[in-house]
Design a protein around this ligand. Sequence first.
Ligand SMILES: [Fe+2]
Ligand SMILES: [Fe+2]
Length: 303
Amino acid sequence: MRVLHFSDIHISLGLARIPMRDWPGKRLAGGINFLRGRGRRFERALYKLDRLAAFSDSGEVDLVVCSGDFTAMGTRAEFATARAAIQPFVVSPAEFVCVAGNHDLYTRAVVRQRRFETTFEGLLDSDLPDSRVEGPWPIVRLLGDDIAVVALNSAKPNPVPWRSSGRIPNRQLEATRAILARPEVQKRFVFIVTHYAPCLADGRPDTPAHGLENVGEFLEVCAGIERGAILCGHVHHTFRVRLPGIGPEVFCAGSATMHELEGFWLYDVDSDGMSARRGLWSGHGYELEPAAPGSRSDEGKRE
Ligand SMILES: [Fe+2]
Ligand SMILES: [Fe+2]
């Protein structure tokens, strides 16, 4: 089975398109900062997402995973635009699994109004609904005989402008531990999906202000997975890294749409394991890097 994994598309509409009702209580300084600075690097996000859908359609993809940060500030207009933009993935034959990023749960009001859950209603279903402990989370999907997906919410509002850290609530981690012990999950290759990356590209921890606050507990739950991978975003660089003592390799999709950093991953899973190829932006569309020696995720284990 083939899996397309992208992340951090950051659909933004510019300051002029944000209704005044969305501003009160918002991290005004942080929002302006994003839209005037880094946000400019996402100006062609909608066009690029359209091209990514075309790439996916042409590649016989069975599953599409987006690891969050659909929006810049979680406004209603951004969510509506992002939902419309991912529709080609939704109507394709491939399954679609997604998690929220911190920009999608930007303020407490956005969370209270359940904008993420409302926007992606119908796409957050689980094949193990009894395992849900917080809203739709964790989402479990069992695809064919080969793949299990366990999608967790690691994002939360950060009222302090200079913080963008995440946390996977203990209840979700405990639920994940139980899910991983189930026979129908154990026999499959397991993709753990979280917005927050458990490390940076060199394997070192992210900073306390930007990273996953309870990364140790998360990795402890994942450590024993023999056939699997951790899929994430949040760090806007596409990388893969194997952490000492942790069974599944970490794959960060980076950002599919950020100017000059565009990337994603394509995974092929069979009964023997998984191989991964990095995707990149050519200027007009997306393509794959040539397969490199050691691209199989299970090869790294023997090093
Ligand atoms: Fe992001
Ligand atoms: Fe993020």
